[in-house]
Design a protein around this ligand. Structure first.
Ligand code: ADP
Ligand code: MG
Length: 224
């Protein structure tokens, strides 16, 4: 099967005061579609840099990355933005929901920006809120919800436009361990029900039990 993400010898070197800092060193990956993949490692091991390079938010110093068959360094800036908008959903440690918008409105905004018509948005938002277990919370604003519920809204928003790929950077970083496990369970459910591929960057050991594939990162290298 064609890979959804492939990298070949991807390195990212930052210059800090003239000195090189190697954030990623020759990372080779092949990610199958419809899988839950975790990149686990300590702080500073290169997880965020890797996700940012795959998502087109950062550029490797060397090497190549393909997303859905497109080599992203060859794309124009406009084409890269379009790829990101249409095919990639982002989830961060801090949910970044709009505070004055309800759960429903936060998701609706995403769909409006994607140009979806009102009569199609309504059933999709309902489906999404039920999928993430927030059917009864659709009219609540972020501050009226728990951290785990807020993250569920952010997850619903990220998958709303049916991107093929979800990039989740420390999505359980601000949650207690029990709530964190519920998020990993939800990710499993999304992979099977929505057929997405989810790449997770985390230092949370609990992810091991849920991932189809686990990569351990250390000093910018995949060591397993
Ligand atoms: P992680 O997400 O696993 O904590 P990062 O990808 O954030 O790791 O960082 C990997 C390495 O790259 C670290 O040594 C970090 O200090 C360095 N780094 C990350 N971003 C920058 C940056 N913008 N400028 C300089 N160094 C950076
Ligand atoms: Mg990080």
């Amino acid at each position: 099967m064609a890979a959804i993400v492939q990298t070949e010898k991807v390195s990212r070197v930052y210059r800090v005061g003239g000195r090189p800092v190697v954030a990623l060193h020759q990372v080779d990956l092949r990610i199958e579609p419809g899988t839950l993949v975790a990149f686990r490692g300590r702080s500073g091991s290169g997880k965020t840099t890797l996700l940012n390079c795959i998502g087109g938010l950062d550029k490797p110093t060397e090497g190549q990355i393909w997303v859905n068959g497109q080599e992203i360094s060859r794309l124009s800036e406009l084409a890269r933005v379009r790829l990101r908008r249409q095919q990639i959903g982002f989830i961060f440690q801090s949910h970044a929901l709009l505070p004055t918008y309800s759960a429903w409105e936060n998701i609706d905004l995403m769909l409006r920006l994607a140009g979806m018509k009102r009569q199609e948005r309504r059933p999709r938002i309902e489906q999404l809120l039920h999928l993430v277990g927030l059917g009864k919370w659709m009219d609540h604003r972020p501050h009226e919800m728990s951290g785990g519920q807020q993250q569920r809204v952010a997850i619903a928003r990220a998958i709303a436009t049916r991107p093929a790929l979800i990039l989740a950077d420390e999505p359980t970083g601000e949650l207690d361990s029990q709530t964190g496990q519920q998020i990993w369970q939800l990710f499993r459910q999304l992979v099977s029900q929505e057929k997405v591929t989810i790449l997770i960057a985390t230092h949370d050991l609990a992810v091991d039990a849920y991932a189809d594939k686990l990569y351990i990162l250390q000093d910018g290298r995949i060591i397993n």
